[in-house]
Design a protein around this ligand. Structure first.
Ligand code: SAH
Length: 356
């Protein structure tokens, strides 16, 4: 069955006409969905009851619901969003002074197997449908107006390309939620065919690439995807993407103590990144993950040394702080819910105080 939260605004009219419903109803439906933000067709009171019943039967909004909420001391909130088949994903809401960012998931688990990431530590269960991705946003926005989306939750967006793109196009649509394309960042571990596909979309989403190592030897050890698409292919795809779209790529580099944090690595990273015009680097200290207690967070000094090496080589670099660590909501900490033991879990209707 098609879910209303997977239908693009321009698709409503033909769907209605096919069913013998007058086309002007499409506009009323869009108003109900994305201006009144109904969470049930019964609330769409501009529609006749008979049509509401048909919509309920044929196009339910979604079957997703919030199963649990955990809160970090820094105001970060992690929602466990569950689906009809019992599976669930995590989405994280991250307040900052001038923005309210949501980190969304695209798969239940992940097949990529990056060694430092909890999301793939138990493998993949399934990809999400478009409405299940949209549902994370629709449930998230009830807790505050979302200004930015990062597709950096569980899963690899380029492995679930079609559903991810449909969901993001819906969220971006001017007749839908109307979140600006430049406020949406897609992050990939380096599925090379995805770059040309995204470039061909002609939409200005931001693109991040998880790099984490500047040599094939180390990258293949940390990220199995590198064995399929090694660095020279990845970097060529990034450069082609930038040339075609004129859009800047951001490389994510998670710094792991004693693994990828030497001065030589920083120098090599600068060399690699400079092959992509205008590219930027985000340096993120590793978030601790339970399945690999041997992997450690680097100290501040190492982060600053890395920053210094890159800056001296004129690579635009930012030091990032991953938010929500105490709620297991930080980068790399999202994992399959059945095994998850979220901290400060409360019922969705009685969120715990942020200061406990
Ligand atoms: N599969 C996509 C989307 C996930 S984004 C991708 O790989 O880009 C999540 C980001 O957090 C990625 O950059 C990932 O490499 C990073 N990450 C994973 N584990 C981490 C950890 N333990 N500490 C810090 N960052 C981590």
């Amino acid at each position: 069955m098609r879910k209303a939260w997977s239908i693009l605004p321009e698709e409503w009219k033909p769907l209605l006409v096919e069913r013998g419903v007058r086309p002007f109803r499409a506009e009323q439906i869009l108003q109900a969905l994305y201006r009144d933000w109904i969470d049930d067709w019964d609330q769409a009171t501009t529609l006749p009851k008979e049509l509401r019943e048909r919509l309920k039967a044929e196009f339910p909004l979604t079957d997703a619901e919030i199963r649990a909420v955990s809160r970090g001391l820094d105001g970060t909130e992690k929602l466990l969003v569950g689906f009809e088949d019992g599976e669930a994903v995590e989405t994280v809401l991250i307040p900052a002074r001038d923005r309210f960012t949501q980190c969304i998931s695209t798969q239940v688990g992940c097949a990529m197997g990056c060694v430092f990431c909890a999301s793939g530590s138990q493998g993949i269960v399934r990809s999400l449908e478009a409405d299940e991705i949209v549902a994370q946003f629709m449930l998230g926005r009830r807790r505050g107006e979302i200004t930015n989306i990062v597709v950096m939750g569980m899963g690899e967006p380029f492995v679930n390309y079609d559903a991810t793109m449909r969901a993001l196009r819906l969220i971006n649509s001017g007749r839908g939620p109307n979140l600006g394309a430049r406020h949406v960042t897609i992050s990939t571990c380096g599925i090379v065919p995805g770059f040309a596909r995204l470039a061909a979309e002609g939409i200005q989403f931001e693109l991040s690439v998880s790099l984490h190592a500047p040599t094939d030897e180390l990258r293949s050890e940390l990220m199995p995807v590198n064995r399929r698409w090694p660095l020279d292919e990845l970097i060529a795809a990034c450069a082609a993407y930038t040339r075609q779209t004129k859009r800047i790529i951001t490389f994510e580099y998670t710094v792991i103590k004693g693994v990828n944090d030497s001065r030589e690595m920083a120098e090599e990273l600068a060399r690699v990144v400079r092959q992509v015009p205008m590219a930027k680097v985000n340096l993120i200290p590793l978030s601790p993950v339970a399945h690999r207690p041997d992997l450690k967070t680097p100290d501040e000094q190492t982060m600053l040394m890395f920053l210094d090496v890159l800056m001296k080589r004129r690579v635009q670099t930012m030091l990032r702080r991953s938010r929500g660590k105490d709620a297991n909501a930080a980068c790399g900490q999202l994992r399959l819910s059945r095994a998850a033991t979220p901290m400060r879990t409360t019922s969705p209707h009685r969120p715990s105080s942020p200061v406990e």
